[in-house]
Design a protein around this ligand. Sequence first.
Ligand SMILES: NC(=O)c1ccc[n+]([C@@H]2O[C@H](COP(=O)([O-])OP(=O)(O)OC[C@H]3O[C@@H](n4cnc5c(N)ncnc54)[C@H](O)[C@@H]3O)[C@@H](O)[C@H]2O)c1
Length: 431
Amino acid sequence: MKLVLIGTGYVGLVTGACFAEFGYQTVCVDKDKSKVKNLNLGKCPFYEPGMDDLLSKHLNNTKLLSFSSSLSDSMKNADVVFITVGTPSRRLEDDADLSYVWSVADEISQNIEKYCLVVTKSTVPVGTSKEIKKIIAKKISQDKFDVVSNPEFLREGSAINDFMRPDRIIIGAENKKSEDIMRELYRPLYLRETPLVSTSIESSEIIKYASNSFLATKIGFINEVADLCEAVGANVQEVSKAMGIDKRIGSKFLNAGPGFGGSCFPKDVKAFISTANKLNVDLSIINSVHSSNKKRINRIANKIIENVDKKSTLTILGLSFKPNTDDIRDSTSIKLATLLNDKGYIINCFDPVAMNNAKIENNNLNYFDTPYKACFNSDAIIIGTEWNEFRALNFSEISKLVKKKKIFDLRNIYNSIELEKIGYEYYGTGK
Ligand SMILES: NC(=O)c1ccc[n+]([C@@H]2O[C@H](COP(=O)([O-])OP(=O)(O)OC[C@H]3O[C@@H](n4cnc5c(N)ncnc54)[C@H](O)[C@@H]3O)[C@@H](O)[C@H]2O)c1
């Protein structure tokens, strides 16, 4: 089978490289020519553990993977074409910007020669795949293509492992022919006993948004419980640990923190609400989660402002929206840094891999190349992202560098008693 992936972002590139690992001839297409040029040199455009090796293996050794900026060349003899372009929020709106998807659908329609399966892997609102089908059907007869929905659930930071060992594969298909092609494509995973769940196209599209919204709800829920814990002197870590032991609840996504950010949850929650609004369906629970999360960063900022004098220097450790990625889209650390900087604080910061992206986003912050340098003369340290690098910082060393021994551990990675013992004023989240 020859596969084509259109859009070489986190999803398209990881998926393409993993399909090459399964043994498929795979072409990844992107309209960004400099990205394609670098990819052909084996340079991954983002930080993702394991990607450099996988790229090099299939670009140079097996030669199963190639990159192109020409969709028409790439689509020659293609059996399956994946749409993996971005679906960000529309500017100043909550719904998903589908302009990249529509333009790709149109381009595909101009390049289908023999039967081809078109797979929507981008996260798209319910009804989108059927619209893609209509766009293609304007130029191509119905017997020459099918459209399938196959949402992706990989997480940045563990993307290769997530793709290779997913909890499930969703196949939203309209007919047996297209479903069979998808089952054949994912046969290497089926052999590992990954459940392949067949649904309608509409259900498949909703499964992705419902899953992300549910996970966001767990985070929003525990964050509000954390606020209550703070008010009464309880410890949210004890609460979530005990809750998580209950198998009906589960321990994942029950860590209190500065709110959910990143390239998926915020935009997907908004798009889910927006889709429901258009259909006059009230998703009141997820609506509350969205507004609670929006308020959270101000609450965190206020807690810092109440406890640190104006014009002080703050050190923020961790800028990516989560560890093991350089993605700063909707990062709570960047939002917090910007908010506090606007209030007159001087912000020193450090991140193991996301600083180049952060500098483009906000060049008013001071960037340092080690966490220790970022702590020099600091009035308070803020742990923004729970990178492993920050879990065992040398606080005797840091004590010699900082002006004041104060720490806001937004991710609860430190033991307050140990830090208090060496003279730190410790502020956790929900404890
Ligand atoms: N990032 C994640 O962790 C993740 C996880 C699951 C699902 N998703 C979903 O997958 C989709 C892609 O997300 P991403 O983070 O990989 O996006 P991204 O923004 O990192 O990459 C999108 C790529 O598509 C390219 N592109 C846009 N229009 C194009 C066109 N006409 N032709 C060729 N290339 C084009 C862009 O140049 C860019 O390189 C989104 O819908 C997202 O919600 C993302």
